[in-house]
Write a new protein. Sequence first.
Length: 481
Amino acid sequence: MRKNFLFFFIFLIPSLLYSDILLFYNNKKTSLTTATLDSWTYVSLNDLRKITETNYYFEKSLKKFYLVTPQHKITFVQRNPYYLFDGQPRRLFLPFVYTNNNAFISAQDVVSILKILFEKEVFTFSSLNSIVIGKETFNPDSLIMSKKDDKICLTLSSKSELITSVDDDGKGKLKLILYNAVVKPTMIPHFSNNGSIIKITLQQEMDRATLLVLYNYENIDKIEKELINPGPSIRLTFYKKKRKPVKKRKKTHFINKIVLDPGHGGKDSGAVGPTGLMEKTIALKIAKRLKKILEKKGLTVLMTRKKDKLVYLRERSHLANNSGADMFISIHCNASPRRKSAGGFETYFLSTAKTSWARAVEAKENSVIKFETPKEKATILEYILWDMAQNEYLRESSELAECIQESMGEKLHIESRGVKQANFYVMREIYMPSVLVETAFITNPEEEKLLKQESFRKKIAEGIADGIVKFKETYERKLNQ
């Protein structure tokens, strides 16, 4: 039913959408008129006789169309899904159509009939819009790509000598025109984009075929075309440019990422001032202010905590080491429960405590270990290994501490207690320059008042930031010399 309906629909249309298909057989070639309807392609039987040497005629009264060769007779009947080949019925893919004094059968049926008429293999190439009868019609019959040293060769093998011309625009597009050639898409070799030859395509026309080669002209020095003997083969040779070895630039090092560690947090309040001000609160506020200042200077800043939360020491060090950070700054408030008048700021780097005061500060800050779970606590062996690794950054950490202490002294009008060293747990696992800043004495009533003031905390943050930048500039100069 579908085929009968399609037949009536086509038959009633006075004109169809016409185009051409190229047909090749040995040295013969012609253009077949085609009509497209409802996505089906029909081919003119009238045009087939140009290459098949057939006569044809149409009996309107019987609605029959005949194709006659010296050996065969083919009969088509309108509205009939079959045709007769030498009297034997054969099935059509789509019904025969006669309109505008022209007979049409589907492209699929044309291929079947050509196979029977010529007793040869028939090739159809939609990409080239062509039909080829018999393998011997193809010329050239192969395209081979070969690579050697600094050149890439494309070799066309042909049965007979081809007349060719080359059109190279010098900007990556080369056309090799092959006159009177019949080609097939499958002759294009499989290759991966090697940076020189990008793509190879074929185009088929009635009197010629075109081999289009897209190449990277920045990588190609010159292209040569030559005839290869014996045999009428053509070779295109693409010569790659010889590049001078590029000297490896010395890798530059920069300090771009900083980890800020606000001390204590959660159930670990740290030191507590006379009015109840907690170290964990002030440390977090200063760290947040410092983060904003450093980010305005183009640095990336990570924080071990952003809220009032207990973060285990090992978690802090893992964050620093696994983030690719370049520097670790731990922020605290100092305390002296027995001597309320003690005041000022100081900066520590990791090493063995040398004074009784440094040991006291070390004990205070390391007291957080009591909040660690057995899982989080490290073994003695681990601490020994971490101490050995930290020796690599001992000098840098000392210099960083000096820069921060000096810059804070320019901002704060309280006592500068200098740079000290102590063995803080929080810095034992840190594999980068690292310091611990004791900003002011929270146990000193006067300094507790200052720590409550936003303006004072801002000066602390600015002082630390200035010290970081000073160290960064000096350290980068040394690294990149």
